[in-house]
Write a protein that binds this ligand. Structure first.
Ligand code: NDP
Length: 484
């Protein structure tokens, strides 16, 4: 049995820190609705401690060579892999996601990020520019103290996706998890210190939005990276802009998944399953507007319904379980409200559509067909296991409709026509596109959105651009030529 009560609420300057004066945040196990731990929101004194220690530690860390920094990150990755099962169970307690998933997609994905950016750290170089006898060179320098603010759907992964590139580049990070899932990031902080990370470089402070906002406002902070909703993103981006700070915004989406008549139906059904049901539908890049060409609609819906009936929904700690509950009471109510709107606005309910009669926040995998572009469930991000199927006739029409959204996080296409696959993807307005698969996000590939879905990129070499900046140095080798 895992102890879910952490040693203390915060992790600062290499150790656990408590301040019981902060507001109590109850940690609820989504599978039962029971309280399994409690933490306190950071008080101004705790926030100050985190900022001071990060600011002091960063200057020394920046002097380490990239190889030395990378070694620490890679060691942390190894420890995470050794403890994958315990970390995955904790992730399941924090989020309610099925252990069958968390064993493969959470701590392991965090370890991938630490390993990847640890490997890259030693190769972060500038360039030499010859200018006749003179020359210039550029250096890639860290930004300073970075703030990471996380959503509740991937608490371990988000902490690592932000922490790993920040640390690799020589920055310090203060991470504020979502108040809904405060447990996992503390373990990452603990492991980083065990791996040799000097105190103060990866601090975790708990709290609601106000704690995140206080961190972003502080003059010692150079950058903020947020994973969250578009409305929060607009606030945080504006706060960063007011102080001319760097910002990465990984926000929500309403991504299209386009299935052409010639697609392999079984693959398309699997893709749509991953795009809508994985993590009980709580994935930002989900392909929730599934456009199905009319010739394949019946076969697709029939097979999807059969496969839905085989989904094992239940105790997320049972490794046979495919899907666990929604993360919280608040989130299940949002999802049930959207389901009610889908029914009221005339979509055809194929399966699911109700809350399960049991403890915890369980909703049945839900599929609506005959959804039209104007319906609420086709326009707004639901963040639950609710798939909307829309019909289409031809390619130009579906591209225009797929792009008719303020969002632009992801998109997918299933077709066996290779030319069409690339032609369509070329026109889809999205930061990440998948052809004949969906929702794979390995650390080697840049991830992020266009339009309202965000700015900047996480993962891959692209993330280095967002956690460092270039300093140019011009070197005069000849007498200074001045006309006056
Ligand atoms: P929210 O936007 O509600 O919150 C995100 C984080 O921001 C939380 O830690 C929250 O604190 C904090 N926050 C809220 N207000 C402020 C503020 N004014 N200043 C600083 N920080 C603030 O998102 P959810 O947690 O509900 O997560 C779901 C959303 O995240 C979905 O829209 C989803 O699409 C998006 N998402 C995007 C991903 C991507 O990579 N593009 C990946 C995963 C999710 P608290 O909630 O504790 O009060």
């Amino acid at each position: 049995m895992v102890t879910t009560q952490p040693t203390a609420s915060h992790f600062i300057n290499g150790d656990y820190v408590e301040d019981t004066a902060g507001e109590v945040i109850d940690v609820i196990y989504p599978a039962t609705g029971e309280k399994i731990a409690q933490v306190h929101a950071a008080t101004p004194a705790v926030i100050e401690q985190a900022l001071e220690s990060a600011d002091a530690a960063q200057k020394e860390w920046a002097r380490w060579s990239g190889t030395e920094r990378g070694r620490v990150l890679r060691r942390a990755a190894d420890i995470i892999r050794e403890r994958n099962r315990a970390l995955s169970i904790l992730e399941t307690y924090d989020t309610g996601k099925a252990l069958q998933e968390t064993l493969y997609a959470d701590a392991t994905s965090g370890a991938d990020a630490l390993e990847y950016f640890g490997g890259l750290a030693g190769s972060l170089t500038g360039e030499h520019i010859q200018l006749g006898a003179d020359f210039a060179y550029t250096k890639r320098v860290p930004l300073g103290v970075c703030v990471g603010i996380g959503a509740w759907n991937y608490p371990t992964q988000i902490a690592c996706w932000k922490g790993a590139p920040a640390l690799a580049c020589g920055n310090a990070m203060i991470f504020k998890p979502s108040e809904t899932t405060p447990l996992c990031a503390l373990k990452i902080a603990e492991i980083l210190v065990e791996a040799g990370l000097p105190a103060g470089l990866f601090n975790v402070v708990q709290g609601m939005g106000a704690v995140g906002a206080a961190l972003v406002e502080d003059p010692r902070v150079a950058k903020v990276s947020l994973t969250g909703s578009v409305p929060t993103g607009k606030k945080v981006y504006a706060a960063a802009a007011a102080h001319m700070k760097h910002a990465t915004m990984e926000l929500g989406g309403k991504s299209p998944l386009v299935i052409f008549d010639d697609a392999n139906v079984e693959n398309a059904v699997s893709g749509a399953m991953l795009a809508n049901m994985y993590s009980t539908g709580q994935v930002c890049s989900n392909g929730t507007r599934v456009f199905v060409q009319k010739g394949v609609k019946d076969a697709f819906l029939k097979r999807f319904e059969e496969r839905c009936a085989a989904i094992k929904l239940g105790d997320p700690l049972d490794e046979e379980t495919h899907l666990g509950p929604m993360v919280s009471d608040a989130q299940i109510n949002i999802v049930l409200d959207y389901i009610a709107k889908g029914k009221a606005e005339g979509a055809t309910l194929i399966c699911g559509g109700e809350r399960l009669e049991r403890d915890g926040f369980y909703v049945a995998p839900t599929v609506f067909a005959d959804v039209t572009d104007g319906m609420t469930i086709a326009r707004e991000e639901i963040f639950g296991p609710v798939m909307a199927v829309l019909d289409f006739d031809d390619e130009d029409e579906v591209i225009a409709r797929a792009n008719d959204t303020p969002y632009g996080l992801s998109a997918g296409v299933f077709t066996n026509d290779i030319t069409r696959a690339h032609r369509v993807v070329d026109q889809l307005e999205a930061g990440t596109c998948w052809i004949n698969t969906y929702n794979l996000a390995p650390v080697e590939v840049p991830f992020g959105g266009v339009k309202a879905s965000g700015v900047g990129r996480e993962n891959a070499k692209a993330a280095i651009e967002h956690y460092s900046e270039i300093k140019s140095v011009y070197v005069g080798m000849t007498p200074v030529d001045s006309a006056y």
